[in-house]
Design a binder for this molecule. Sequence first.
Ligand SMILES: Nc1nc2c(c(=O)[nH]1)N[C@H]1C(S)=C(S)[C@@H](COP(=O)(O)O)O[C@H]1N2
Ligand SMILES: [Mo]
Length: 200
Amino acid sequence: MMAIISRGFSGRRSAAVVKLPPGQYLTTDFPVLSAGPTPNVPLDNWQLTIDDGTKVLRKWDWESFRGLPNETFTVDLHCVTRWSKLGATWEGVSLDTLLAEVNTDASYAFVHSYGDYTTNLPLKDLLNQKAWIAFRFDGGELALEHGGPARLLVPHLYLWKSAKWIRRITLTHEDKPGFWEGLGYHNYGDPWREQRYWGE
Ligand SMILES: Nc1nc2c(c(=O)[nH]1)N[C@H]1C(S)=C(S)[C@@H](COP(=O)(O)O)O[C@H]1N2
Ligand SMILES: [Mo]
């Protein structure tokens, strides 16, 4: 009899467990993790730039950025400090939209934030509906401490790749480590392969 009961439970539980990468636990709140002070960029001064390290390829101010087609999307977030938040709903502009008219043969993206944070990732990880620059969360404006007015979200990688207060994306031929990657975090950071630190 126990076997029958527990089979029912374990069947249901494994459906939920599948959404949680190895070594992660569920949280329903939204912790704030910032390596430095929270920058407060007035919308009048805010800019988002895509460059190739030498020349500017695209540039938006707040008004032109907010005039771009945007999307509502629901994603799971996984922080390397082991919390995961499932089913968070955001609004933002996809990187497919932002990069649509960019002609490049670059393979990497180096992302800069207001306040100097940086992170690196392969350019292909920004494409095909896998990454957004988000400006609303859970039906409200994106709070400053969570990266407002706008942050990168790349939910299929550990959350340190999702640069808050995004300012510039540099497309490059050579990869170079960003802030946490230079301090020993994994260069790629796939939560499903538990790529937390260099060498994993
Ligand atoms: N600019 C900037 N972006 C950042 C960080 C940061 O310190 N500065 N921390 C990263 C880390 S380690 C995590 S886990 C997430 C946390 O986002 P949250 O504070 O909205 O939870 O932001 C990432 N993006
Ligand atoms: Mo993190």
